[in-house]
Design a binder for this molecule. Structure first.
Ligand code: SAM
Ligand code: SF4
Length: 525
């Protein structure tokens, strides 16, 4: 099942042709309109729109088979175009974005560009954005405003916005209205088209917009620039079909689609061959892996069982969804070895009625049963979670149920958030009847509780020897090394820099809330 599409020709760009909503509130003049594009003049700048985001399309889930496309490589006329030029990418949000940045960096390097952290030296600056909460979006708009002066100083600079924010109609609309110095906007489904879009941007001087709001394909063989040689992200699937009522991800990332096991396995084998020590398998809901296969029955448990046999020392995965976490997976994880016993299992709320409002498709009881099963099969399992407070209508009683669940499970760590309404999601139209003050107070109570539990959990490690993958020198003290345990806890200890990239045995002497301080007792590979 492999089809190719013309990546070198912008005329093949896919998009809907209803621009009405997209330009809402934006005063613009149409200069040219053809089958494939629309040229407009807005805010003194010309923009060429090849395709624009459309929520109605983004949330569609049809029956079409997922296409596995092959990256065609860099078009000949773009090879070497970056020689002597630099690029910078600012990344926001989840690991998926971090990995997308590695792919875009790989594409840039294949065109001859080199990376820089100094934005004054960059010929291209990209913002790889996150749309999950409003504050992440505000930061990006703040940065785009800040960079306006750079564009004035250097009109040749190409300033681009990509990632989840680009998939939002309102964001592209706001860029057109208020950030005319942005040159390029492309979506999460358009990453493989970066060379073509850059070519257009370099040549036309217009703002170039290409955001496909489709369910999504899989593009294999994309270049990737992995920098540390130690830990690697590996996508196993894309998109999400869960449609939790608060979440924008299913709209920005398209439908759930799994990479072929053979493609994943050969990528992990290659990473092992190159000497990588750890891989993290990525997906919004890794437990749904394989559900979209039409020609085979092969799930996440089967994939982990196969990866278990590969000679890569550590294998992590994120994120798990409690609804799809099955017994076979628990059985495979219990084999241990390179499959690490850290499970990130977002609960979101401890109240069954809240979970129903969130459309999480499990109850408090089901979640606790699952936790009990995991702990029985994997006694040394470390559990971490995500929790939202202040979801519309959350009562004090329901919030107390969250606190009691946190106490009962005993997470090692929790990522806690105040609910942020996301335009276009079902929860955004629910009545938000909780005051800001109350939301902040709930968040504080939850963090205080979790910090106490995290501290207790870490205290259990006092005097114990743990295995640590040494990642580098500590940010605070150049004489101190830092690394992570199998359960992903940060450990600092005095040691020789030659240990970087190796596994070390470290005795924990001083457990703190978020880190563990210790001493090396032995070096092992
Ligand atoms: N797919 C994962 C899952 O199901 O848990 C995580 C995806 S999301 C990028 C990461 C976390 O952000 C979620 O677990 C949730 O706690 C939080 N989140 C998502 N939408 C949110 C919203 N509208 N407001 C606050 N937090 C949100
Ligand atoms: Fe968002 Fe829910 Fe999908 Fe996670 S499972 S990405 S929270 S919709």
């Amino acid at each position: 099942m492999s089809t190719k599409e013309n990546q070198t020709d912008l005329k093949s760009a896919k998009g809907t042709k209803d621009y009405s909503k997209y330009f809402e509130g934006v005063s613009y003049k149409v200069l040219e309109e053809t089958e494939t594009l629309k040229k407009i003049r807005v805010n003194g700048r010309e923009a060429v729109v090849f395709s624009e985001p459309a929520y109605s399309e983004g949330k569609r889930r049809g029956k079409e088979e997922i296409q596995v496309l092959g990256f065609e490589g860099i078009p000949e006329d773009m090879l070497g175009v970056g020689t002597g030029k630099k690029y910078a990418i600012y990344t926001y949000g989840c690991q998926m974005n971090t990995h997308d940045t590695e792919i875009m960096a790989g594409i840039f390097e294949d065109m001859g560009f080199t990376r820089t952290d100094d934005e004054k030296k960059a010929a291209v600056i990209l913002f790889n954005t996150c749309a999950v909460r409003e504050n992440a979006e505000d930061k990006v708009f703040g940065e785009l405003g800040r960079l306006k002066h750079l564009k004035l100083e250097n009109p040749e600079l190409v300033l681009g916005v990509c990632g989840c924010m680009s998939q939002e109609e309102a964001v592209v609309n706001k860029i057109l209205r208020s950030y005319p110095h942005v040159d390029l906007v492309f979506g999460t489904h358009n990453i493989h088209r970066l060379p073509v879009l850059l070519r257009e941007s370099f040549m036309s001087k217009e703002m170039v917009i290409e955001v496909w709001s489709k369910e999504g394909d899989i593009v294999e063989n994309m270049p990737k620039l992995r920098t540390d040689g130690l830990k690697a992200w590996v996508n196993i699937m894309y998109g999400c079909d869960k449609f939790c009522t608060y979440c924008i991800v299913p709209y920005t990332r398209g439908k759930e689609r799994s990479r072929m096991p053979e493609d994943i396995i050969s990528e992990v084998r290659e990473l092992a061959r190159q000497g990588y020590k750890e891989v993290t398998l990525l997906g919004q809901n890794v437990n749904a892996y394989g559900k979209d296969f039409v020609d085979r029955k092969y799930g996440f448990g089967d994939l982990l069982d196969d990866i278990h046999k590969i000679d890569i020392p550590w294998v992590r995965f994120t994120t798990s969804h409690p609804r799809d976490f099955d017994d076979h997976l628990i059985e495979v994880l219990a084999k241990g070895g390179n499959l690490l016993e850290h499970i990130h299992l977002p609960v979101q709320s401890g109240s069954s009625s809240m979970l129903k409002m969130m459309a999480r498709k499990y109850t408090r009881e089901h979640y606790l049963e699952l936790v009990a099963k995991i702990k029985k099969a994997i006694p040394n399992a470390t559990l971490t979670t995500d929790i939202i407070v202040g979801f519309p209508g959350e009562t004090e009683e329901q919030f107390q149920e969250t606190l009691s669940l946190v106490e009962e499970v005993g997470y090692d760590l929790a990522f806690t958030f105040i609910y942020s309404p996301r335009h276009g999601t079902p929860a955004a139209s629910m009545e938000d009847n909780i005051s800001e003050e109350e939301k902040k107070s709930r968040l504080q109570q939850l963090m205080d509780l979790q910090n106490r539990i995290s501290r207790q959990k870490n205290e259990e490690l006092r005097g114990r020897v743990v295995e640590v993958l040494v990642e580098g020198v500590s940010k605070k003290d150049p004489d101190v090394l830092s690394g992570r345990t199998r359960s992903n806890k940060l450990v600092n200890f005095k040691g020789d820099p030659s240990m970087i990239g190796q596994f070390a045995q470290v005795r924990i002497l001083e457990p703190l809330t978020w880190t563990l301080n210790g001493e090396a007792v032995m070096e092992v590979e």
